[in-house]
Each structure stands twice: as structure tokens, then as C-alpha cells.
Design a protein. Structure first.
Length: 313
């Protein structure tokens, strides 16, 4: 099959092995996939990943022992847990110590004609959600995870630090849940895309109750520490390759609560999309065919673009 492969570089392969049939797992023909910041970090060496990246997708089940799913249009939870450990039993397969993660850890992903996921990871996509919206289910679920992890009073001022793909999607989610939210970054013009104020980060001088750091950088985290009020909360919402020295003294002095936040349940995201509560399609900058996948990754890295999609089949 055709696939975009990371292996000491990024390249289109036309002879990549099809996913092998495995008990309890289904084969999905990928229709549409989204490129996110994690994919770019993987290409830069994050997780030392080798294989097919991509974890945001809409596809069609073409081979399965779970007959009700055959032919269904699906999205998929990306963390494949062992199904037997304490974390899996508690519904937290995303923290299973033996997990694989679609397109990120030990499992080929969605930038290919076919992928494989456990049957229990597949979720049928309602007809009301077109592919162009369905491809946002996974990152939108990650945004909704904030509400699973913490209760934020509605009178709290929320700052989303970072006006890229993830930051804007988090801001749209916060606004949909009736929070006062400001986005800070380097592109005030993006306010038109999300109908939410986008201010230049360097112009901020007030303090916020909650800062959601979507910058994926150590300078961004340090800026978050400057912008959160004493006893406020910083939510860390992005990953980046590499490491950096951090001064955590301000977090101690100001008694800041810090919360790491990653993947989330798909149900709230699907409900928000199906009801029209959130429409992320204005974030789409381009849709390119799989054969142009390497260029699509390059385009995603340009600040002039937001979400780039890959049309697979």
C-alpha cells in the first residue's frame, strides 16, 4: 500500500506492507487524515518513532470479525491498551504501560491507505458528521479532556497560550462551554477564523485564573507562569521534541496548580460536532492527496497554515 513513512527522514512509500490481520482487531481503509503538531514532532525525532505517523482519521471498516462494524464509517481511539491491567479495567487504556498508540508508539498510523486498530477502539461516526468534521474528533476529544480532569468555575478568566491548530481548537471548546476565553499568540488575524479574541502574546500584562499552554515550548511554559495568578492553574496541552531547563521556583512561590492533559473520550467531541455546537472546518487550510503527503507535512509547518488534511481514498 501507499504510506508516508518516517525512517531517518520522511518519504512516500508505494510498497509498504499492508497491516496484517490480527485477532480482535479490524482493518480500516482510511478516507481522510489530519496532520497535527505531534506528527511534525515525530518527524523531528520525538519518541524516536519509526513507521507510519498519523492518528486523526476517518475511515471505513473493510475487514473485521465484528460484523456490525463491517462497512461502517468510523473514527478510532488511538491508545490500544492490553485490556487486562488496572488502568484498562478503569477505562484508562491511554495510561496502560503496555499500550501502543496509533501513529505514535509501536503502531503504524493513518497516513496510509489502511490501518489496524482493536475492535474496541473503533467508534461509528454519525451520518450528521461529514469526513471533514470527523477528522477533528480525536483532537477535539483532547480539548474536552480538560473538563474531565478539572472543574473550572465559569467566572474564571481563561487564557489559551498559543494560536496554532491546537490552541484555536481548545479555545473553540472553551467558548462552546460558555467560558470567557482569550487566545494569545502571534496572529491576531486568526480571530476571524474562530470568532474569539486573539491578542499578541507580548502585549499581555494581566493575570488569568487558568492558562492553557498550547505552545509546545519551554518559553511558552515560562510565559504561562508569568500570566497565571497566584494559586491559579496551568494546563499543559502540547508535546515537543527535545528538552529544556525550566525554573519551577515561580510555580512553588505562587502555589500554581499544574495539570498535564493529553487524550480524551470521544463521546463529548462527537456530540459537539453532531449537534453543531462546534464546527472546526474554518481551521482547514488545505486538503492534499496522499501522494503529496511529504509536501503536506511541510505545509503544516508553515505559520500561514492551520489544519492540513490528507485525502487518502
Amino acid at each position: 500500500m501507499r504510506a508516508i513513512v518516517i525512517d531517518g527522514g520522511v518519504a512516500l512509500r508505494r510498497d509498504y506492507a499492508d497491516p496484517a490481520k490480527t485477532a480482535g482487531e479490524s482493518i480500516v481503509r482510511v478516507r481522510l487524515a489530519g496532520i497535527c503538531g505531534t506528527d511534525l514532532e515525530l518527524a523531528n525525532g520525538y519518541m524516536d518513532f519509526r513507521g507510519v505517523p498519523g492518528h486523526e482519521f476517518v475511515g471505513e471498516v473493510v475487514e473485521t470479525a465484528n460484523s456490525p462494524m463491517l462497512g461502517r464509517r468510523v473514527v478510532g481511539e488511538i491508545n490500544a491498551g492490553c485490556g487486562a491491567c488496572r488502568h484498562c479495567a478503569e477505562g484508562l487504556a491511554r495510561h496502560c504501560p503496555s499500550r501502543t498508540v496509533l501513529g505514535i508508539l509501536g503502531r503504524d498510523g493513518a497516513f496510509a491507505e489502511y490501518l489496524r486498530l482493536p475492535d474496541r477502539n473503533l467508534i461509528a461516526l454519525p451520518d450528521a458528521i461529514p469526513d471533514e468534521m470527523g477528522v477533528f474528533v480525536e483532537p477535539l476529544a483532547a480539548a474536552f479532556e480538560i473538563f474531565e480532569q478539572t472543574q473550572i468555575p465559569h467566572n474564571h478568566r481563561v487564557l489559551v497560550l498559543g494560536d496554532g491548530r491546537l490552541g484555536l481548537l481548545v479555545a473553540m471548546t472553551m467558548r462552546a462551554e460558555d467560558y470567557e476565553v482569550t487566545v494569545a499568540g502571534h496572529h491576531p488575524e486568526r480571530a476571524r477564523v474562530v470568532s474569539i479574541p486573539v491578542v499578541r502574546e507580548r502585549a499581555l500584562n494581566g493575570l488569568f485564573d487558568v492558562v492553557v499552554d498550547c505552545t509546545g515550548s519551554s518559553p511558552g511554559f515560562m510565559r504561562a507562569l508569568e500570566l497565571v495568578r497566584p494559586r491559579g492553574t496551568i494546563i499543559l496541552k502540547s508535546t515537543a521534541a527535545g528538552s529544556a531547563a525550566l525554573n519551577l521556583a515561580p510555580a512553588v512561590i505562587n502555589e500554581i496548580t499544574m495539570l498535564g492533559s493529553r487524550c480524551g473520550r470521544f463521546a463529548p467531541a462527537i456530540e459537539a460536532l453532531a449537534s453543531g455546537k462546534i464546527d472546526p472546518r474554518p481551521l482547514i487550510s488545505a486538503t492534499l492527496p496522499l501522494d503529496d503527503g511529504v509536501r503536506a507535512l511541510d505545509e503544516t509547518g508553515k505559520s500561514s497554515n492551520l489544519k492540513v488534511l490528507l485525502k487518502i481514498s
